[in-house]
Design a protein around this ligand. Structure first.
Ligand SMILES: *Cc1c(COP(=O)(O)O)cnc(C)c1O
Length: 454
């Protein structure tokens, strides 16, 4: 036990060294992928090694390839940071090594899932009876919500898709906004619909699905609509109330991909953005983005627990059922990590007001960043900054905009990515980390200006 104690103490030192140095590291890779492979690689180790040396070697080998996405200065993609309590809980999750697949395997993990299910419904203003699955991210949360929808609409049409598959099944219309996330297409691929079966619904200038267009596209027969809260470029949410009223009137399943945007519902002054979300049938939301828990965490919630479980449930004669919640009934995985402990710790430590404050502060930083940048000639803010996403363009020029992003990345004080928005190259700034401060925003703005003038 002393050996293990020493190993974990040493590991704590590695963790603290990394965290202490995080604010000074360049936010980009410092070596090539080949160098990293060489540092980690070599022939298959023939003999055992001392665990302490292994941990030292791992920390040393990967260090130049670690990108500090969680120290407040990383604004690429939509990358959350890590709140302290969830980091600590994530460590314990590995120590405990619980498997939430069955309550008999881990009554603790499945109980935490049940508690967090209720807390999340309340925080996001969703029906308190919704079922929840804890997934690796929003990709699998989208898959699960859409699978529940597939079951639900086909059962209503007299078809048992779990038993009979899709060959010969009644046709299902699938409608999704033109600006849907790529993971929606992939989820639909996995579910046997094929991406060509998606009817894209036109969107407005912020990427929001147009309800008048949806109404025109909705017909009779089994149908699934996939809406979005939080466009990865603009941060905009589809008009969920109008969409929800339409899907209800047409007996259609509505899934909301709210990977990060659904968190607006937890902030009183932002909740108008997701107004009507409760009319949907299923929702996907990330834990590892805006809730700032470590990676490997998404949540699917479903207003129809029977359909959710019919689509996902696992059964085999040897699988003892303890009577409590079995995690494998609610997500596509069987054995998996008890990722819920990090969610529980984040929610317990932040509380309702802390979650709202974290989301609110990120949005205020995004607004301020947009205002500062817009005040310079030659820089245009392309989106209405309603949430945490800012799109800018330099000199109304694709090549210049890309060059500015690249110069900022090379400098390494901050990291901004690029995207294409309505046919033009744009720099995308996402503020999703609780560690971001005013100074980090100033630093990012200065970096863009240096690059733009450079
Ligand atoms: C990030 C994101 C996803 C995918 O989430 P993962 O957690 O990466 O699986 C889906 N939809 C939207 C809108 C996103 O922003």
């Amino acid at each position: 036990m002393t050996e293990l104690r020493d190993l974990l103490a040493r590991t704590t030192e590695h963790a603290l060294t990394y965290l202490d140095g995080a604010s000074d590291r360049p936010v980009r890779r410092q070596v090539s992928a080949g160098e990293l492979v060489a540092a980690l690689g070599g022939p298959v180790p023939e003999r055992p090694s001392d665990p302490a040396e292994v941990v030292d070697e791992l920390a040393r080998a990967v260090d130049p390839g670690l990108v500090v996405t969680n120290a407040g200065r990383y604004f690429g993609f939509v990358e959350g940071g890590v709140v302290p309590a969830s980091l600590a809980a994530d460590w314990l999750t590995s120590v405990w090594d619980q498997n939430p697949a069955f309550s008999a395997l881990s009554p603790a993990a499945t109980a935490a899932e049940e508690v967090c299910r209720g807390w999340l419904c309340e925080l996001l203003s969703l029906p308190g009876t919704a079922s929840a699955g804890f997934t690796s991210g929003a990709q699998l949360a989208n898959l699960t919500g859409l699978a529940a929808g597939r079951h639900h609409v086909l059962r209503a049409a007299g078809w048992d898709v779990e038993a009979d598959g899709l060959f010969g099944a009644p046709a299902v219309t699938v409608l999704a906004g033109q600006e849907r996330h790529a993971t929606v297409d992939r989820a639909l691929r996995f579910l046997g619909f094929g991406t060509r079966s998606i009817t894209p619904v036109p969107v407005d200038d912020q990427g929001r699905m147009r309800p008048d267009e949806l109404e025109r596209a909705l017909g009779r027969g089994p149908a699934i609509v996939c809406a979005q809260a939080g466009n990865v470029n603009t941060g905009a949410a589809d008009p969920l109330r109008r969409i929800g009223e339409l899907t209800r009137a047409h007996d259609t399943w509505l899934h909301v991909d709210g990977a990060f945007g659904l968190w607006a519902a937890a902030v009183p002054e932002l909740a108008h953005l997701t107004d009507g979300a409760e009319l949907a049938d299923s929702w996907a939301v990330d834990g590892h983005k805006w809730l700032n828990v470590p990676y490997d965490c998404g949540i699917v919630l479903c207003a129809h627990p029977d359909s959710h479980r019919a689509a996902m449930g696992l059964s085999a004669a040897y699988l003892a059922r303890g009577g409590g919640r079995d995690g494998s009934d609610w997500s596509p995985e069987s054995s998996r990590r008890a990722r819920v402990f990090a969610v529980w710790a984040a929610l317990r430590s932040l509380g309702r007001s802390g979650v709202a404050e974290m989301v609110r502060t990120c949005c205020a930083h995004a607004r301020r960043c947009a205002e500062l940048l817009a005040s310079y000639e030659g820089i245009t803010v392309l989106n209405d900054v309603v949430l945490n996403q800012v799109l800018i363009r330099v000199g109304d020029d694709d090549a210049r905009t890309r060059a500015v992003a690249e110069a900022v990345q090379v400098e390494g004080a901050t990291w901004l990515g690029t995207t294409t928005w309505r046919g033009s190259t744009a720099i995308r700034i996402s503020v999703s980390d609780h560690a971001t401060t005013h100074e980090h925003i100033d630093e990012a703005v200065r970096a863009v200006l240096r690059a733009a003038r450079g």
